[in-house]
Design a protein around this ligand. Structure first.
Ligand code: ZN
Length: 171
């Protein structure tokens, strides 16, 4: 794992610059290095900090906007703050935040997992069309065979014989 030197966002080892602020990345050597977890404000911020502290995860929140940070009169809770946790506790803190709904797991990943088996099991529209037209084709073939046999019977035995046969079926 690599860490942005400026915003403290975590990145994969293959990344070279931060996707959030374009700053350079450094490898994490100290397990206690504070890393960015998420941003929150007000009640949500307090809720997350309480949940982390309840689970023995130390955390620190820093007001995001530097101008707001300077204004001492501002109510600290009303400003959006970045929450930082030690790198060693990051995964635990992340899981806690997912658990309390503060972090939504990546939707696309969940969708991918659901979509793949569906694509394999469900026939495509083309396949469905193929099956339907195939069934229709069979029905047409059977009906024309019956019609052909009826015509042959009509030619060979004449109308009376066929009418007699049909009457015999229903009597
Ligand atoms: Zn950054």
């Amino acid at each position: 794992m690599k860490l942005c030197t400026k915003c403290k966002h975590l990145h994969n080892d293959e990344d070279t610059v931060c996707s959030d602020c374009n700053s350079t990345l450094e490898s994490i050597t100290d397990e206690n290095t504070p890393v960015y977890l998420l941003s929150a404000a007000g009640f949500e911020l307090e809720r997350i900090k309480t949940a982390l502290e309840d689970n023995c995860v130390p955390c620190d929140s820093v007001i995001k906007n530097k101008e707001l940070r300077k204004q001492e009169f501002i109510n600290k809770n009303s400003a959006v703050s970045d929450i930082f946790v030690p790198y060693a506790a990051y995964e635990k803190a992340y899981d806690i935040c997912v658990g309390i709904g503060a972090i939504k797991e990546d939707d696309t990943v969940i969708l991918d997992d659901d979509a793949k088996p569906e694509q394999n099991d469900e026939p495509t529209l083309d396949e469905k069309f193929e099956q339907m037209s195939g069934a229709k084709r069979t029905t047409v073939r059977v009906l024309s065979a019956i019609a052909f046999l009826a015509l042959v019977a009509l030619a060979v035995y004449g109308t009376d014989a066929i009418m007699g046969f049909i009457k015999g079926l229903f009597s």
